[in-house]
Design a protein around this ligand. Structure first.
Ligand SMILES: Cc1cc2nc3c(=O)[nH]c(=O)nc-3n(C[C@H](O)[C@H](O)[C@H](O)COP(=O)(O)O)c2cc1C
Length: 193
């Protein structure tokens, strides 16, 4: 295999593209699409988003110290792209994309009703890294759509048709290739595999 060596860059793909909501009153609610996000700690549950300071959302999140990460689905892919192209300085993205702001349980920033999972976050630290500033945040609450719960109280995120973002393209995730630990799981009695 021959490898080409590129200059340093961001090539960790696929990744989530999430809709981050912010604002503390209906007049200043905004939505921004974010790909630079992820989990940084399980307990306490912590996450981050990295924002360019020129984003309209930057000032709102810096001032309020709060945001919500709303997971995206195939039904939300157009809104995901739109909220990553248009600025809240010029348009009301909730109205344009017909998305429903709903109250969060712990913070003033709104949830997106149409998203299956909404993660309420409180900013702990802003790290000024360079092009992007990283907002390290504590998760205060997670809201899940009960339509994806089964009668054994198991949540089926896959049933919401989640999407991911890879090198400039949005993709659906149709096929499971195995569950956590499948590579070492013991075969069931009577199974031919
Ligand atoms: C798929 C995708 C991912 C993006 N990820 C980020 C990101 O991680 N950080 C960022 O600052 N901007 C990101 N952007 C750009 C912002 O979403 C975009 O500039 C948006 O219009 C800013 O909105 P605002 O001015 O209302 O805050 C992304 C855009 C797209 C389409």
């Amino acid at each position: 295999m021959t490898k080409l060596i590129w200059k340093p860059g961001t090539m960790i793909y696929p990744i989530p593209a999430v809709l981050v909501t912010c604002g503390d009153s209906i007049e200043n609610y905004n939505i921004i699409t974010i790909a630079w996000t992820g989990t940084v700690c399980t307990d306490p549950a912590m996450t981050y988003i990295s924002l360019r300071p020129e984003r309209h959302s930057y000032g709102i999140i810096e001032r309020t110290g709060e945001f919500v990460i709303n997971l995206t689905t195939e039904a939300l892919v157009k809104a995901t792209d739109y909220c990553g192209i248009k600025s809240g300085r010029n348009v009301n993205k909730f109205l344009e994309m017909k998305l429903t702001p709903e109250p969060a349980s712990k913070i003033k920033a709104p949830l997106i009703g149409e998203s299956p999972v909404n993660i309420e976050c409180q900013v702990e630290q802003i790290m000024k890294l360079g092009s992007h500033h990283m907002f390290l945040a504590k998760v205060l609450a997670v809201n899940v759509d009960d339509a994806y719960m089964d009668n054994k109280n198991k949540f089926h995120l896959d049933a919401s048709n989640p999407i991911c973002y890879s090198h400039g393209q949005y993709y659906g995730l149709k096929k499971s290739l195995g569950g956590f630990g499948f590579s070492v799981a013991k075969k069931k009695k009577g199974s031919r595999k």
